[in-house]
Structures are given as C-alpha cells and as structure tokens.
Ligand binder design. Sequence first.
Ligand SMILES: *Cc1c(COP(=O)(O)O)cnc(C)c1O
Length: 422
Amino acid sequence: MTIQEKDKKYIWHPFTQMKTVGDHIPIVKGDGLYIYTDDGRKIMDAVSSWWTTAHGHSHPLIAAAVCEQFKTLDHIIFAGFTHPKAVELSERIIQKLPYLNKVFFSDNGSTSVEVAIKMAFQYWYNKGNQKTKIIAFENAYHGDTFGAMSVGGRSEFNKAFFPFLFDVIYIDVPTSGNEEKTKKQLKEVLQNDDVAAFIFEPLVQGAAGMVMYSAKVLEELLLITKSKDVLIIADEVMTGFGRTGKLFATDHLVNKPDIVTLSKGLTGGVMPLGLTVCTDKIYDAFLSDDHSRTFFHGHSFTGSPLSCAAACASLDLFEDNKTWEQIEMIVASHQEFALKVAGNKQLKEVRQTGTIIALEFKTNESTSYFNSLRDELYAYFLERNILLRPLGNVLYILPPYCIHKEELDIIYEAIEAFLSES
Ligand SMILES: *Cc1c(COP(=O)(O)O)cnc(C)c1O
C-alpha cells in the first residue's frame, strides 16, 4: 500500500469531512519556507503550516536546541520538580510581558485558553464573589476543548455540543464603522455584576476569516472594562510572536490584560506548548491553607523540556534584529500589495495587519468557511505549488519570517493571475 492508501485506512484527520476529502498529500521534508512531497514537489508554505512555524520549517537553531535537550533531559514530572529551560523560558516571557508575573504551562492553544477560563472562574470563587459570565466577541475562535468552544462563536463547527456549552455574552466585533456599537454593547453588558472576564483575540480574529479591528478601539474597550471589576483575557495564540508587527498584539496597547494565552508561534511553531501568563493579583487569590483554593490543573506533558528548549531557541531568533528586519519587509510588502489590489472588482475587502494580509472575495454566497470558492482557491494555488488555505472566501497570506521578498512577489503574482483569469 502507498502512504496515501495507508493514511486512508488508518487516519481520521482534523477538521475534515472524511467522506468527501481527496487524498492527503504526503510531506517528507520541510526546510524554511518549503515543504517537499514524497514525489518530489516543492511547495511554498505561505500559511506557516497552521499559523505556527514562525521561522520556517526545520530551523537549524531550534533543531539543535531540541536535539541537545533530548540528550540531556527529555521529560520531568512538573509537580515537585522543575528544570532550567522552563525557568529560563518563564523569565524571558515575563521580561517581554512585564505587566504580568506568573507563567502556567500546558500543551497547546486550546489548553492555554482552558486554563485562562478556569483561572478566571476560580479567581472569583476563591475571592468568595462567584461570577459566572464571560464576555466574548461574535465568531471568536479560542480552540476546540469544551471551555474554549464555549467562549468561541456558535456555529456549524460546534452545533452538536450546544447543549453542553456554558452561556457566554457576545458582543459585536468592532470592525471599522462598528466601533461605537460595540462600545455601547460592552457598557450595557458590564452593568451585569456577575461578569468574570472578557476574552478576545486582539486585533485579528484568525479562524473567523482574518477579521481585523483597530488597536484604538480595543484600547477603548479595555478602558471601559477596567472601570468594572472584570478580568481581561487576551488570546494571543495566533497574534503572538510578531504576527501583528510587534512581538505581541497587546504591545500596541497602553491598557493591558490580566491574562495572556500563548501557543502556535511560541516554540517557533514546531513543538506543542501552551502558556497562560497572569498577574500576581490572580496568582495571589490562589494562595491559601485551604486546599480547595489550589489550582488543580495539569497535564502529563506540562512544562515539557523539549518544548521549552524549542521556545527558548525561538526567542533567541526573536531577539535577533534580522527577524525584525524580515517582519518589517513583510509588513511593507503586504501594504504595497494591498494598495495594488484594493479596488479589484472581485474583492469585497482587502485587509492587512502586520504580517497578515487577507483578501475577501465577493461571491453570491455569504462570507463563510463553507463558501464554495474555498476549494477553487485552494486547488488553484496548490497546483502552482503555493500552499494557501482559504477560510471560505477569505484568502490570506501568513508567511514564516524567513520568506524573501522575491518569494512574496511570486505569491502576489499568483493571486493577481487568479484575479485576472477568473
Ligand atoms: C489556533 C487557536 C487556538 C487553539 O490552539 P490549538 O493549539 O489549535 O488548540 C486558540 N485561540 C486562537 C486565537 C487560535 O488561533
């Protein structure tokens, strides 16, 4: 049997209708911007392999750090024990998020959000002031575990679980023109005394279709929230690590969250790791002689030395000016391309924040993940050896920072070709 036949026989893929999906493409090698198929194709990974591989595939510095760590210490139970790489990573993350004080480890983006929600609910429980409501944006995506699903938008993706998801108060995303409406909604829902937290994806809602809103309105929303006793959770799982042009999206703000969740780009996107970073205000509410105040949460792989080693190596790369020159080059190139295609008749909107550019196509169907243009776009670019994985009728580029200007131009030209041919 071929790899594809065995794959069909044994594997159930994520986010995939297995009845209608075609063959999965076997990839046998990754190097920088490129992935290589078993039959010799070289494909540009223009979406950083599910928004993770910040520095590209198989980066030699990260690979060396993980190999070295593997030979030294592979795994250590993280209760009763600690290890140098977890401590180094935590210290460096706190230096980069200086308004936060404590780091809690888990395994991925969903668990980092799950931990944030549990922390927020238990914070109020421990303070003897039980608050049970969370405010979230419409169409938000925070992951696929139950808590993370609950604070995400309700859609086809989680319909089967509606009865089991806890109630959330949704407000509109403050996209351009809707800022005042959202501010009004937030003020209204904050009248409610039992709001525990406000959770959001800062500046860019990824899975919703790269929906963007300004730092200015987010600043105003945080100021409004801070007038009440409500915790603020910024889900930086996707926006973190340079995506918005700064290390964190919240670096664009003066008002800061109480909790930040990190994953995806954290390890350079190559090892699973999630962090939930919080203030001493939250941490201190769990200090007690009463056992029931303890944060009873953990995973077998909490604080994985291998993941921590990858994350430290990735931070080394983020402390290298060359990475920031690259990020600035991507931002400038995207801005230029956005201007070039902005008026195109086939496009409803072109949006760009930092290293992310999104083109929303006009179609007869509504803008959604299930828009049929998706398959056409996906196939068109893949045939040209460019991996772009549209969210419905929203085509976006989210490149690794190792990409060269000439390679970006190849992607832009392919998009222009699609626009002129169709
Ligand atoms: C991807 C994502 C998550 C979930 O992360 P996983 O590692 O896939 O569980 C959570 N929040 C945001 C904003 C994301 O983009």
